[in-house]
Write a protein of this length. Sequence first.
Length: 162
Amino acid sequence: MPATRCDTDHIQPWAEGGATSLSNLTSLCQAHHRLKHTPGWSLSRTDSGDLTWCTPTGARYRRSLDGSITLLAHRIGPRQLLVPAQKVPARLTEAVDDAVLSRLQHGLELSARDAARAGGRPRVASRGPRPGQPVGAFETTPYSEALHDLGLAPLLDEIPPF
C-alpha cells in the first residue's frame, strides 16, 4: 500500500503514554490500522525496526523491513513442544489482498452493529448455509486455494459481500 494511502499510528497508544516520535510511529493501511485496535490483536516493533503482530490465538508474525513475513516460534500441545519459526510462503501472503481485508473489515463492522443492538461483544455470525444444508450460489467466484489453506474461506463465507 502506498504511504499516501496509509494512516500514521502510534505503536504504543498516545493515550497510554506513547510518544509521538519516529520510534513509536508506523504507517498502516486502514484495514491493518483497524485490526490493530480490534480486541486480542497487538503490534510491537523490534529494535531492528521489524513489526511483530500478535493474533488473538497467540500466534506471532514478524513483518521484516524487506516485506517478508515470518511465523515466529511458538509452543503447542500439552507438552509445550516448540514449533520453530518459518517463513510464510509468498503465495499465502499475497492471497490476503485488499479485497479480502475489506471483506473481513465489513464483517467486523456488521458484527459490531449487531452487538451494539444486542448489547454484547462483536462476533461474526454465519449468514450462510449450516453444515449439512445445501450450498447456494452465494459467491460468484471461488476462493483461492491459499485462502482455504489459511482457513479464511469459512470465515469469509460467513460475511455477506454487500
